[in-house]
Every structure is written in C-alpha cells, then in structure tokens.
Design a protein around this ligand. Structure first.
Ligand code: FAD
Ligand code: NAD
Length: 462
C-alpha cells in the first residue's frame, strides 16, 4: 500500500471536515481529506440540513397554493402534488452542493481519499476503500460526525420504521406518520409530511417540546404547530415499534399502542467513532461517547484533534464549521477560538423558531438578574404586508449592565433575523445599542429593534 505524506489529514467531509480542510489548505498546509462516502459534504449536505430544508420549502409552497394564497386574492383552482418531482428537486439541490465541495477541494488543492479512515497510531491514518493508502501527517483532525441514536425496542427496518434518512425520501405521503421525539428533526420532518397531507402524531417523552430551547418559546411554537395539524402527545415514552405487513405498531408506556403506516425515530444523534480504532492512540471518549478534547480541540494524543458532532456541544453544522476554522487556525497560526455563547439554533418550521445565548431558565438557574423585552410580529408593518404575523421577539439583557444575554424568536424569517442577535452577543452589545441602531422600514428586523427598546425602556409602536 502506498504511503503518502501530508501536513494534515482530516477524517470526514461534513461541514466540520470540509471547511477545516479548505481553510488549512488556504493557510498553506498540505491537506488531505478522507471520506468513506462518494459524495462530499457529510450528513448536512447529503441527508441533513440541505435536503430537509429543500423539502420544507417545497411543502410550504404546496401548503400556500392549497389555500394560504387566497388572502392575497389568489385563488388556485386545482392543486396537485407531484411527489416524485419534489423529491428529485431535493436530490438535485443536494447534488449541486456536494459537487460544489468537490470543486472547492480541487480549487484549494485538498487531496481527497475515498475510503474508510482508520487511525493506526500517532500521525498515521490507513484508508481502506476506492483510494486505499497509508497516510502520514503531523496533524490529524477527526470530523466523523454523528449517526441517528437508536431506541431500545424500536426495530429500524430501513423502510416503514426508519430515521430522518428514510423520512427525506418516502415514496408516497404516509396516511399516518408517527414521529418519536419532538426535537428539531421531529418538528421539521413532521411539518413536511403534515403539509403534504399526512396525519402526523408526535410522541415526546418530556412534558415539553424542543428541550434546551427557551421553555415559553417552545410552548408557543407547539400551540402554533398544533393549529397546523401536528398532534402532540407529551409525557409519552415510546418503548417499542415494529412493522406488521404494511402497517406499524408503536408502543407507548401506560397507553394504548398506536397503529400507523410510517414511523420516524428522531430521539437524537450519537457521536460516530465506529471503525476509527481509537484504541491505537490516547484518544478517550467521555460518558456520552464523544471524543474528549480541550479548548483547542486537542485530544490527549498530541497532534490528534476532533471537531463537530463527534465532540461536546450542540450538534449543528455552523458550530462544526466554526470549530473547523478555529482548529486549523490554531494549528497553523497558534490561535483561534469559538464563542459558544453566540451560536444560534434554528428550527425551520413555519413560523421559524430561533434562539441565541441564554434562555430564561438558564439565567434563573445561574441567579443572574435580567430584564426582558418582548415585541409581537402582529404589530409590525412588514409582517402585516406579507400576512405572517404569528410570534414575537424576546430579548433578555443583564439587569444592571443591559448587555444582551439571550434572544429568542418565533416568527417569519426568524432563522435570518437571529443573525443580528448573534452579532450583538458576539460584540457584547447592550439592548440600547440595538434599539438605537437604524433598522430599515418596513422590515421584520424592526421587531428586534422594538423588543430591544422594550428591554430597557418602552417600545415605540405599542
Ligand atoms: P457530519 O456532517 O456527520 O460528517 C461526517 C462525515 O464523516 C460523513 O460524511 C461520514 O461519511 C464521514 N465519516 C465518518 N467516519 C468516517 C471514517 N472512519 N472514514 C471516512 N469518513 C468517515 N444542523 C444545522 O445547523 N442546521 C440544520 O438545519 C440541520 N438540519 C439537520 C437535519 C437533519 C435531518 C439532520 C440529520 C441533521 C441536521 N443538522 C442541522 C445537523 C448537522 O447535519 C450536523 O450538525 C453536521 O452535519 C455535523 O457536521 P460534522 O462535520 O461534525 O459531521
Ligand atoms: P433532539 O435531541 O433534538 O430531540 C430528541 C427528542 O426525543 C427529545 O425531545 C427527547 O426528549 C425525545 N425522546 C427521547 N427518547 C424518547 C422516547 N423513548 N420516547 C419519546 N421521546 C423521546 O434530537 P433530533 O431531533 O433527533 O435531532 C438530532 C440532532 O440533529 C440535534 O442535535 C439537532 O441539533 C440536529 N438537528 C438540527 C436541526 C436544525 O438546526 N434545524 C435540524 C435537524 C436536526
């Protein structure tokens, strides 16, 4: 087997790995990226963020055409669904983007190896597959991401009972889809199939949806999504699911079993370290199976780093990307860091749900005094114009210093609006800084400005 020399070998080409590899090459490191799947881009581009958002977009257009547009005086007399075409469009979007990563690798001279990467001692990676080789490098970054977490008693059959991967490609609209877990995946993919006509039941073990997000925001989001037809059963612990012919049966503790024709298991994801042979080096896992790293993404084995879903922190694409950049900048320049207090989280339902910084629950628990400003989209001109008035912006600021500590949005374009809030937290802004910044009129962003005024004084327009 050939032995190849590189300055850096990255294992995995998801948003963590491919961004790290490109940035490293830009910084002058001779860089290779090992990826077991033919297409580059990882979970995010192939079976995660991008295909789910493509289906959310298409299914929302379908929902609009079926009735939502009548408020604008547009009556569409006959609306039909071509699911095959919708799925093909989603696949085409994915293909364009994964090919784009190929192009970026070529442009930046990142060497790609197609095969499974295995660590064979400090500074050594063995690739097995189409491009079998032994690679030697001073630095190795593990960016092998995550895979769906299994649930005891739920027999995944890759068909009727599956994970998000199958739910991105159901060949027909389910009659009744049961979703296990009311996290981001459950709400997003549940919304897609509900909009396309399925009855959707979401079973959640906790007494609230979206764990980790601001509790009030989650409650309000649940109310809005329930109006759209998603049925929520909270406090429902699923203990099993099995296929019986064309149907499935889902067992819930202390309740009658539920019959349905599809089950989506969405109870979280677990870090993926399978096949890496970490026993050959000093790279321990923590109690949750994540690779243990220090603040500089360094494992106890000098020269071996890890980033993205395979380490601690939220499992988000942009968090993986930011870590990829910070990690290689540390390797090449000696500095680079990620501000974990300013990483936004967005759930792309309609309306969108977005958060950055601390929740009220976290501030209360930490004993931090805070003031709160809230402003509804209903009172915003632009929201009225587009006919999308559900939701609000809530800003939490330090009671004494007025520094913005958390921003939580339920509303139209919340996923884009949250960028301003992340910037405010990153720059250490006060709510008064936001309120005194000119915001274009009429725009949805004015809701942030008004909520900021309400945090330290009073909103202008209510
Ligand atoms: P991954 O993207 O998982 O990439 C890891 C790569 O490593 C994979 O390509 C894998 O094939 C490869 N690999 C693994 N082991 C080996 C090996 N031994 N050798 C070679 N290659 C290997 N996040 C968001 O921020 N926004 C969203 O809207 C969003 N939507 C999502 C929707 C769904 C349905 C899912 C499932 C996830 C979503 N996520 C979203 C989460 C996001 O996809 C992940 O946080 C992100 O992909 C993590 O990036 P990563 O680089 O750490 O790992
Ligand atoms: P999650 O952890 O967000 O939610 C899983 C839910 O399942 C939790 O609410 C949990 O209480 C519930 N649950 C666990 N066991 C259960 C049981 N036995 N019965 C009923 N409910 C049970 O996980 P997810 O939605 O699968 O998403 C996985 C990861 O992917 C998340 O970390 C998320 O950040 C990421 N993701 C992000 C986006 C986005 O940013 N828009 C979209 C999709 C996925």
């Amino acid at each position: 087997m050939d032995t190849k020399q590189h300055d850096l070998v990255v294992i995995g080409s998801g948003p963590g790995g491919y961004v790290a590899a490109i940035r490293a090459a830009q910084l002058g490191l001779n860089t290779a990226c090992v990826e077991s799947v033919k297409e580059l881009g990882g979970t995010c581009l192939r079976i995660g963020c991008i295909p789910s958002k493509a289906l959310l977009e298409s299914s929302y257009h379908f929902h609009e055409a079926k009735g939502e547009l009548t408020q604008h005086g547009i009556d569409i007399l006959s609306v039909s669904l071509d699911l095959e075409k919708m799925l093909k469009r989603k696949d085409a979007v994915v293909k364009t983007l994964t090919k784009g990563v190929d192009g970026l690798f070529k442009k930046n001279k990142v060497t790609r190896y197609h095969g499974m990467g295995r660590i064979a001692g400090p500074g050594k990676v063995v690739v097995e597959g189409a491009d079998s080789a032994t690679l030697e490098a001073k630095h190795i970054i593990i960016a092998t991401g995550s895979v769906p977490a299994p649930l005891d008693g739920v027999e995944l059959d890759g068909g009727r009972i599956g994970t998000s991967t199958e739910a991105l490609s159901y060949p027909e609209v389910p009659e009744h889809l049961v979703v296990i877990g009311a996290g981001a995946i459950g709400l997003e993919l549940g919304s897609v199939w509900a909009r396309l006509g399925a009855k959707v039941t979401v079973l959640e073990y906790l007494d609230h949806i979206l764990p980790g997000m601001d509790r009030r925001l989650g409650k309000d989001a649940q109310r809005v999504l329930a109006k759209q037809g998603l049925e929520f059963r909270l406090g429902a612990r699923v203990t099993g699911a099995r296929a019986e012919g064309d149907m499935c049966v889902v067992e819930v503790e202390g309740a009658d079993p539920i019959a349905c024709d599809r089950v989506l298991l969405a109870v979280g994801r677990r870090p993926n370290t399978e096949g890496l042979d970490l026993e050959s080096v000093n790279v321990p896992l923590d109690t949750l199976g994540r690779i243990d790293v220090d603040d500089g993404f360094q494992t106890p084995e000098k020269g071996i780093f890890a980033i993205g879903d395979v380490i601690r922190g939220p499992m988000l694409a942009h968090k993986a990307e930011d870590e990829g950049v910070a990690c290689v900048e540390r390797i090449a320049k000696g500095y680079g860091h990620v501000n974990y207090d300013a990483i936004p989280g967005v759930v792309y339902t309609h309306p969108e749900i977005a958060s950055v910084g601390k929740t009220e629950e976290e501030l209360k628990e930490a004993g931090v005094d805070y003031s709160k400003g809230k402003f509804p989209f209903m009172a915003n001109g632009r929201a009225r114009v587009i006919g999308d008035t559900e939701g609000y912006v809530k800003i939490l600021a330090h009671a004494q210093t007025d520094r913005v500590l958390g921003v939580h949005i339920l509303g139209p374009q919340a996923g884009d609006l949250i960028a301003e809030a992340a910037m405010a937290i990153e720059f250490g802004a006060s709510s008064e800084d936001i309120a005194r910044t000119s915001h274009a009129h009429p725009s949805l962003a004015e809701v942030i400005k008004e909520a900021a005024f309400a945090t330290f004084d009073r909103a202008i327009s209510i």
